[in-house]
Design a protein around this ligand. Structure first.
Ligand code: GDP
Ligand code: ZN
Length: 469
């Protein structure tokens, strides 16, 4: 249930665990001012109570538990509703030692707070209506952003650009919906409060806007999730060796036995502002072994989800034309993903030049000559990879952008509902049926901002936050 009332008092460490100059422990909810009074003595001996303290005031003093003083702290007071959660909040800034911080937290827990769950502060900010779900998610993405552009995108979303855009679309849908539903009350006569032609135009316009957002996900998700890159190719082509070379350290197990990369490994690296999520796949070949079969199935799924495929060929093996055909076939099966052909082990193939040219014309893909185990060709490969997603780091400058799978799916569903509505309008079906489809589109859009939202969805979103956020 969505309740605007203050929740029970919660406390958590808000800063990373470890040694630092300062750390922050914070509390929010009913009774936190009383709890603060129990553990805090203001310097100077003056009578002081948090209950009389003004919002945004800071107080210097000592914090104690049952055994005595824990630390000298600054207490920052936020009075409802002018706080992150819109509840009363107190933040203690203390010295940043892990033991100090633990003691301080324990003192608050002993005095009547419960330990906050992951994301619980942000969840309260959402439940109280201070931020919508999109903005709550953006906070999480901003914290975890690993590239400048992911960070910028999150900041834009946090400021509510996408939220406002969705709100406008919801308002448009609601308007049309309301007029249709009004007709239902006049079922005797044949009234139309909005002509069907005007309705079709309006619904078509809204669907167009939604589809534009849906489309923006194709590149938008690369910003926050990174470019999903799979290294595919036959066993022993050198895939694991390349993965290690790209990551710059030994990760995947490299072995001489074909088919040893049983499962897939996923790791990230950042090159020229772009994050790549790399997956090494189990060798693509028929196998009787059950374990390997499972791995191969998973490989194909990974490939189908990839934004970029690196197809690796052992240029010393002699059957590169067969390999070129395999690469071409893979490319045709996943036309949405980019492909780079990597001709590996050129150190063992002295006359690779002719082969490279032939591979290029056979596959119509960029071909990079490499000796992965020596690092030859690595830089060229990296810049070719970066070139495939050129302009990505400028993308966040577009005003509204969909970067999350959850939002993308909700928008797709909304667009489908509007598609149904448009067909019903053209077929001059009754207002009731059209209104039903518009309502369902409204619900899908509302799911994104949290207007229409289940407890389960909230749990999955906020469980990904850290404690203290
Ligand atoms: P995977 O099965 O495709 O993952 O292949 P691996 O990365 O496990 O490599 C298979 C074998 O080829 C290993 O012994 C590697 O050391 C070797 N290898 C990888 N790249 C090169 C290369 O560029 N030149 C040579 N000569 N050997 C390589
Ligand atoms: Zn491997």
């Amino acid at each position: 249930p969505l309740t605007p009332e203050a929740g029970e008092a919660i406390a958590a460490i808000a800063t990373p665990v470890g040694v630092g100059a300062l750390a922050i422990v914070r509390m929010s909810g009913r009774g936190v001012l009383e709890i603060a009074d129990r553990v805090f003595r203001k310097k100077g001996g003056t009578a002081f109570s948090f209950k009389e303290a003004e919002g945004f005031s800071a107080h210097f003093g000592t914090l104690s538990d049952s055994r005595g003083m824990v630390d000298e702290v600054i207490a920052l007071v936020f009075r409802a509703p002018s706080s992150f959660t819109m509840e009363d909040m107190v933040e203690f800034t203390c010295h940043g030692g892990p033991v100090v911080v633990r003691h301080l937290l324990q003192a608050l827990l002993d005095s009547g707070c419960r330990l906050a769950e992951p994301g619980e502060f942000t969840r309260r900010a959402f439940l109280s209506g201070r931020i919508d779900l999109l903005q709550a998610e953006a906070i999480g993405e901003m914290i975890h952003a690993r590239t400048e552009s992911a960070f910028r995108t999150a900041v834009t979303q946090m400021q509510g650009n996408l939220s406002r855009h969705l709100q406008e679309m919801r308002a448009g849908l609601l308007q049309s919906c309301a007029l249709l539903e009004l007709e239902l009350d006049f079922s005797e006569d044949d009234v139309e409060f909005q002509s069907r032609d005007a309705l079709r135009l309006e619904v078509g316009r809204l669907q167009g806007e939604i589809l534009r957002l849906v489309e923006s996900y194709r590149e938008g998700h690369l910003l926050t999730e990174g470019v999903a890159t799979v290294i595919a190719g036959r066993p022993n082509a050198g895939k694991s060796t390349l993965l290690n070379a790209l990551l710059g350290h030994e990760r995947a197990i490299v072995s001489h036995m074909p088919g040893t990369t049983r499962d897939y490994i996923e790791e990230c690296f950042i090159h020229e502002k772009t994050m790549f999520r790399l997956t090494d796949t189990a060798g693509l070949r028929e196998s009787d072994e059950a374990v390997e079969h499972e791995g191969i199935k998973r490989s194909y799924r990974k490939i189908s989800e990839a934004d970029l495929m690196l197809y690796m060929i052992d240029s010393s093996s002699g059957d590169f034309l067969k390999e070129a055909a395999a690469a071409r076939e893979l490319r045709q099966r996943h036309p949405e993903s980019g492909m780079i052909v990597v001709a590996n082990k050129t150190d063992l193939a002295p006359d690779a030049g002719g082969m490279i040219a032939q591979l290029q014309s056979e596959t119509a893909c960029p071909v990079i000559a490499m000796a992965a185990s020596k690092g030859d060709g690595l830089n060229e490969l990296k810049s070719t990879m970066a070139g495939m997603v050129e302009g990505l780091d400028k993308l966040h400058e577009a005003s509204v952008l969909v970067t999350s799978l959850r939002h993308y799916e909700a928008l797709r569903n909304a667009a489908d509902s509007l598609d149904n509505a448009l067909q019903l309008i053209s077929a001059r079906e009754p207002a009731e049926l059209i209104a039903f489809e518009l309502r369902s589109a409204l619900d899908y859009v509302g799911e994104i901002t949290g207007k229409v939202v289940s407890e389960e969805l909230l749990n999955t979103i906020f469980d990904q936050f850290c404690i203290g956020k």
